[in-house]
Write a protein that binds this ligand. Structure first.
Ligand SMILES: [Zn+2]
Ligand SMILES: [Zn+2]
Length: 255
């Protein structure tokens, strides 16, 4: 499985793009940066976008991708998948013909560029040969992480945005992950704000890791606030865990 990091930042600034991970060129986990980092051909290759939650920094590229396709490639379709409340939030508040055109109805009412698909929590879906399962995490709005297992049995879990989420790790107890992408948004001194906003600090993340039964081979950190990046890097280094790696935009992870 080749995972290209399109965006892994907890805010948007020049050089810091919101969350998006492209798997083998066709599947996307979160859509914060798909249209700001991928060229037109790469955008056309996207088949499925799995959304962790409806916060803008995770869905922002979806309306722009639809808009790009209708201009030049109106026959291409892509699917946006998530659990019911997240799909509903996107339909009601984004693709609502007010904030943006409803591309689930364009160019034809029953054949829109975007197909919205509801997933069930904990139910595995076979998508283009990958087994993908949404698993609930704790955030301020309905949110899931995704377990992705490829044809070779390589496994990834991506948390999206989450605060402490013990039930998630219980649900994953029977699997030894090849890679975990987990968020650290704030420095340790901002623990209270992190907890209040459904995020983690390096120390909180370490607590989560400790409750995972089988230590993931590699742990990639995503979603740091760029304003606190230096401090977060220092605090991650202080953990002295060789398998913890801070993600960088543009990097490719092979698992
Ligand atoms: Zn969020
Ligand atoms: Zn976020």
């Amino acid at each position: 499985m080749k995972i290209r990091v399109l965006g892994c930042s907890g805010a948007e600034m020049p050089g810091h793009n919101p969350s998006s991970f492209l798997i083998d060129g066709v599947i996307v986990l979160d859509a914060g940066s798909i249209t700001s980092t991928l060229n037109e051909k790469e955008q056309c290759n996207i088949k499925s976008i799995f959304v962790t939650h409806a916060h803008l920094d995770h869905i922002r590229g979806i309306p722009f991708l639809a808009d790009n396709l209708i201009i030049n490639k109106p026959d291409i379709r892509f699917e946006v998948l998530s659990i019911k409340p997240i799909i509903k939030a996107m339909k009601d508040n984004l693709l609502n013909s007010t904030i943006w055109p409803d591309f689930t109805d364009i160019p034809h009412p029953k054949d829109g560029i975007i197909k919205l698909t509801e997933l069930k929590e904990n139910k595995e879906r076979d998508e283009l040969g990958y087994k993908i399962t949404p698993i609930k995490v704790n955030h301020t709005v309905p949110a899931v992480g995704y377990l992705v297992v490829d044809k070779n049995g390589k496994s990834l879990f991506y948390t999206g945005d989450t605060g402490p989420t013990p039930k998630t790790w219980k649900r994953l107890k029977n699997i030894c992950l090849d890679a975990l992408i987990i968020e650290v948004s704030f420095p340790n001194k901002m623990k209270e704000l992190a907890l209040m906003t459904g995020h983690l600090t390096a120390e909180l993340m370490l607590n989560e890791i400790k409750s995972i039964k089988c230590m993931p081979k590699k742990i990639f950190i995503t979603h740091p606030k760029p304003q606190y990046l230096k401090q977060i890097i220092t605090e991650l280094e202080a953990l002295k865990m060789k398998n913890i790696i801070l993600l960088e935009e543009g990097k490719i992870i092979n698992i």
